[in-house]
Design a protein around this ligand. Structure first.
Ligand SMILES: *Cc1c(COP(=O)(O)O)cnc(C)c1O
Length: 359
């Protein structure tokens, strides 16, 4: 009975993994060397920098993992932790903004991920929706007109929006803040997927030398991992505020979770050791394949789009059978493909044929 169900599940997972194009999950990885570590209850409970009495942990690898991302984003005096995914990183980053500026207003575009609304709701942060340009990027004229000069601003800056892969322009955001003489601001960067693309394509576009305050990236998206995970980075000084605030209510930990997955840092650390010299090539290959997909669909007469620093190709929603077969994400009459490492040109050609034939 159990055997049968397990082998059915395995078969279906294998089949569904073959035709997957809609979500930004890199399915190309080999963690088989780490299988023996599933015999251990690895738990990094508490923070990565504070030892705990529970010693079956991977905190030293968690710190090395974070150091990789800190270097990638030119962060100094940083603090961070390995999260359960991009969502937890966004919750944490926006909570930091809320704790730093209790009367702050959150500004985010409607193209932002739903976890941003979730953070506003959970933490009761007043929330203003800013208009997007058609490519999904923040309309900074609209931001400027909506910024309330009497309150601090908590801003969600997207490094790759969920549906269109748009990257917001930090210079325009800073100009809008300056135009309204707003000095108190917390800029959180949501780089769930695009956060691993941008530093390899345009490292000066967004990094910690600019006045950003927190950054969230998913681990299971570009890097790829059998289970969801991610990282969040901020300044030590900001994190300390939150930590001491929680201390005040009787807890010493500084993270959203209590018990924390100790396998996640191990997997991320392992992927980084094996592939860090390859990440740039992987990024460039995905961008080239996305440009190819975009070109082929355009040649066939479909109106489609691909943002700079993105591998997300948006096109008119094809027939439901194609959406189902390729597990495409859709929004209204649009669909997208996020081109990842596991998508070969041959696979993209089959996808294109299906879109064009059945669409
Ligand atoms: C996927 C995504 C998230 C959420 O990340 P999870 O790892 O799924 O929690 C947040 N923001 C953006 C822009 C995303 O694309």
């Amino acid at each position: 009975m159990t055997q049968g169900l397990l082998s059915d599940l395995k078969k279906s997972l294998m089949e569904r993994s073959k035709f997957h194009a809609g979500y930004p999950f890199n399915l190309n990885y080999d963690y088989s060397e780490l299988l023996p570590f599933f015999a251990f209850s690895i738990n990094n409970l508490g923070a990565p920098f504070i030892p705990s009495n529970y010693q079956i942990d991977s905190r030293h690898l968690e710190r090395e993992t974070l150091a990789f991302f800190a270097k990638l984003y030119q962060a100094k005096d940083w603090w961070g932790y390995v999260t359960t995914g991009g969502t937890e990183g966004n919750l944490y980053g926006l909570l930091l903004g809320r704790e730093t500026y209790p009367d702050g207003i959150l500004y985010a575009t409607a193209d932002s991920h739903y976890s941003i609304n979730k953070a506003a709701r959970f933490f009761k942060i007043p929330h203003t929706t800013v208009q997007s340009q058609t490519n999904g990027e923040m309309d900074c004229e609209d931001l400027r007109s909506k910024l309330n000069p009497n309150y601090p601003a908590i801003i969600n800056l997207n490094i790759g929006t969920t549906f269109k892969g748009a990257v917001d322009n930090i210079d325009r955001i800073l100009e809008a803040l300056a135009a309204k003489s707003i000095k108190d601001s917390h800029i959180h960067c949501d780089g769930a997927m695009g956060g691993m693309l941008l530093p390899y394509l345009a490292p000066e576009w967004v990094n910690f030398n600019q006045p950003i305050d927190s950054l969230a990236i998913s681990g299971h998206k570009f890097i790829g991992c059998p289970f969801p995970c991610g990282i969040v980075l901020t300044y030590k000084e900001l994190a300390d505020k939150l930590a001491s605030h929680i201390e005040y209510i009787g807890s010493k930990d500084a993270t959203i979770g209590g018990s924390r997955n100790g396998h996640a840092p191990l997997f991320l650390w392992y992927a980084i050791q094996k592939r860090k010299h390859l990440f740039e090539t992987e990024v460039r290959e995905c961008v080239s394949k996305a440009a190819y997909l975009h070109r082929q669909l355009e040649k066939a007469g479909l109106s489609c789009s691909l943002n700079p620093y993105s591998t997300t190709v948006v096109f008119p929603k094809p027939q439901e059978a194609t959406v189902q077969k390729w597990q495409l994400a859709t929004l209204g009459n649009l669909a997208h493909v996020v081109v990842m490492q596991n998508h070969s040109y041959e696979l993209l050609d089959r996808l294109i044929a299906d879109i064009l034939e059945m669409g």
